[in-house]
Design a protein around this ligand. Structure first.
Ligand code: XIL
Length: 395
């Protein structure tokens, strides 16, 4: 999501975080909607529907009301990442992050914490010295533990679940884990350690492993290996987060289905944590490797998203929802954003494009994609429970 928002939005005061109607008031006071909210439709099917947002989307009354009406949970797009919470060693900064929790509590929504450990948007001091050399294992583990304890203690009882480790698996076919400062300083067990620190800091909060493309054939075996390692190490994992940064034509519904069905056999709850469908071309295909920036790319819909593309996007959302909703193991579906003005895909993988991946447009008006998702939520059928392994049985 872009940090660039209009001056008008940024000038709105922090107090207006509470501007959106509460759920109790909303039926009578918000503008009429054409369809029931995602949150109610999701709840009736046993799936929490959420969105990732930025502060400006809580302070703008129109967008705040929309988020409060439509979604059962929120994730902070950036403000709970390590560089936001402890940029300077020992100095925690919770002001911005606290606003998400206050907003969610005011509107009866849950908060998903994102993320305790990631190779991106993390301060260097966590795992490297001033020359970029890995810290000693002991020092790195202490920094990791202090960060996780500091954050979990602050939010105790107010956050539903945390993406403890984000994107640890390598895309490189010759590697298992991504080469990161944490891996270099601590070794392969840094993931287990992160979960252990989180569990000791808060025994009640849910803890997830989150990654992109783990539904895909090239990466899924590594994800299964990692989940097995966590299980063997005695980690109580509460869910596997599949980001779901997909494209209009890729991966196919059959590939997503195959990936989900195999991950479902692991016996853990599954969550689609960062859903968006990119309708713009990319050189390198889907996923979300934040380092895979592309210098150039066609900006095909700068002047608007034509009706036939609206239709295609809607059909694609209907297709992926139909697949996802087959799986009772999927307990949450979170969109990474909700409106075209706020999506990070305006800047990824090509900077400064005018993208149109979300169910709401730049004016916060519902698009045909929104109707298609509503339709899928109403009509898609789940596989009979008997043919599906019960969620969480392997815990
Ligand atoms: C993105 C944010 O939305 C952007 O604002 C930021 O510039 C980069 O990160 N996978 C993740 C998220 O796990 O944290 C990323 O969020 C999107 C890809």
């Amino acid at each position: 999501m872009r940090r660039v928002h209009s001056l008008a939005l940024s000038l709105l005061s922090a107090a207006s975080v509470f501007a959106a109607p509460t759920m109790a008031e909303s039926p009578g006071t918000t503008a009429p909607t054409e369809a029931p909210a995602f949150r109610e439709l999701g709840t009736s099917r046993g799936v929490m529907i959420g969105t990732a947002i930025v502060v400006e989307e809580m302070t703008n009354p129109t967008s705040a009301a929309l988020v409060a009406r439509e979604f059962a949970c929120i994730t902070a797009g950036n403000d709970m990442k390590p560089d936001a919470l402890q940029r300077v060693k020992g100095k925690f900064t919770f002001d911005r992050a606290d606003r998400y929790v206050a907003f969610a509590e005011a509107h009866n929504m849950k908060v998903i914490g994102h993320t305790l450990l990631w190779h991106s948007q993390a301060p260097r001091w966590l795992f490297e010295d001033e020359h970029g050399k890995p810290l000693s294992r002991e020092e790195a583990l202490k920094n990791l533990r202090d960060h996780i304890h500091g954050v979990l203690t602050h939010f105790k009882g107010r956050i539903h679940g945390w993406d403890v480790v984000n994107e640890a698996i390598a895309d490189d076919p010759n590697r298992f884990l991504r080469d990161t400062p944490a891996l270099r300083a601590i070794g392969e067990d840094y993931i287990v350690k992160a979960f252990e620190f989180a569990r000791e800091a808060d025994p009640d909060v849910e803890l997830y492993y989150n990654d992109y493309n783990i539904d895909a054939d090239y990466k899924r075996p590594k994800a299964i290996k990692l989940i097995q390692q966590l299980k063997d190490a005695g980690v109580k994992l509460d869910g596997i987060g599949i980001q779901g940064h997909w494209m209009l034509g890729h991966p196919s519904a059959a590939d997503i289905d195959r990936g989900l069905s195999e991950l479902a056999t692991l016996g853990y709850p599954l969550m689609i944590t960062e859903l968006d469908i990119d309708p713009l071309p990319r050189r390198r295909g889907g996923g979300a490797d934040v380092t895979a920036i592309e210098r150039e790319g066609l900006d095909l819909y700068k002047d608007g998203f034509p009706p036939e593309m609206q239709q295609k996007l809607g059909d694609r959302y209907r297709e992926v929802f139909t697949v996802m909703l087959k799986y009772p193991q999927i307990t949450r579906i979170t969109f990474w954003g909700f409106n075209d003005g706020g999506t990070w895909l305006n800047d990824f993988p090509v900077r400064g494009r005018t993208n149109h991946p979300m169910p709401w447009d730049r004016q916060f008006k519902p698009k045909p994609a929104r109707d298609a998702i509503v339709d899928a939520l109403r009509t898609a059928t789940s596989a009979p429970a008997a043919t599906q392994p019960a969620a969480g049985t392997a815990k």
